[in-house]
Design a protein around this ligand. Structure first.
Ligand code: SIN
Ligand code: FE2
Length: 212
């Protein structure tokens, strides 16, 4: 069998970790915060091409991108200029229970996929704390997630991420290419307009740095 990022040490999937009531509570906690920090359309560095996914963030730092300045973390929403809302308690609990990492996460990226959205293969590489895992929580319609290895041309594998599933890219899989091929519309009734929300928790700065 060919090994991919999903077979690397440190990749973990907890199917259905959040039950329906917990998914609803987390959805509501997300929607309240999105009123303060609305979803916006991120743009690719240099080309300025809009991404298919809409984004926002919770926590001290948010991952953003635009034509002029490219990929980065910043403490404020690019459109409102306001600090990001705090992270829902439940996601911090999940980090503490699952990550095995001593320091708390600093960023909770919110990705909203409408039924035709996808995300091309990439490595999360804008963080200093590469020893920290990335924890991802899925809400709403099922995604066909794709994960490969550390080189773009490495073999890949498709993994279904359904509502309530939590997955972790830690250890060697932290450096694996991954993306979302597509969303399977109508697979969940959690979100009133359908689609999928993915919450990605990340430690950004190295814990010994002055910002901790
Ligand atoms: C991401 O890699 O930022 C998102 C992955 C996902 O939506 O599951
Ligand atoms: Fe990613």
């Amino acid at each position: 069998m060919t090994r991919t990022g999903a077979d690397l040490d440190g990749f973990r999937l907890w199917p259905g970790l959040l039950g329906r009531a917990e998914q609803e509570a987390l959805r509501d906690a997300v929607f309240v915060r999105l009123k303060q920090a609305p979803l916006y359309i991120p743009r690719m560095p240099k080309s300025g091409q809009p991404m298919r996914v809409r984004m926002s963030n919770f926590g001290a730092l948010g991952w953003v991108t635009d034509k002029e300045q490219g990929y980065r973390y910043q403490a404020t929403h690019p459109e409102t200029g306001k600090p990001w809302p705090d992270m829902p308690e439940r996601v911090l609990d999940l980090w503490n229970e699952l990550s095995g990492y001593d320091a708390p996460p600093e960023a909770c990226l919110v990705n909203y996929y409408e039924s035709d959205a996808r995300m091309s293969l990439h490595i999360d590489s804008d963080e200093q704390a590469w020893d920290a895992p990335v924890l991802s929580i899925s809400l709403g319609d099922t995604a066909l997630f794709r994960i490969g290895g550390p080189v773009r041309s490495d073999p890949t594998r498709s993994v279904r991420l359904a509502s309530g599933d939590v997955c972790m890219l830690g250890g060697p899989s932290r450096r694996a290419y991954h993306g979302v091929d597509r969303i399977l519309p109508g697979t969940s009734r959690l979100l009133p307009k359908g689609g999928r929300i993915n919450l990605t928790l990340r430690r950004v700065t190295a814990p010994s740095s002055p910002s901790t």
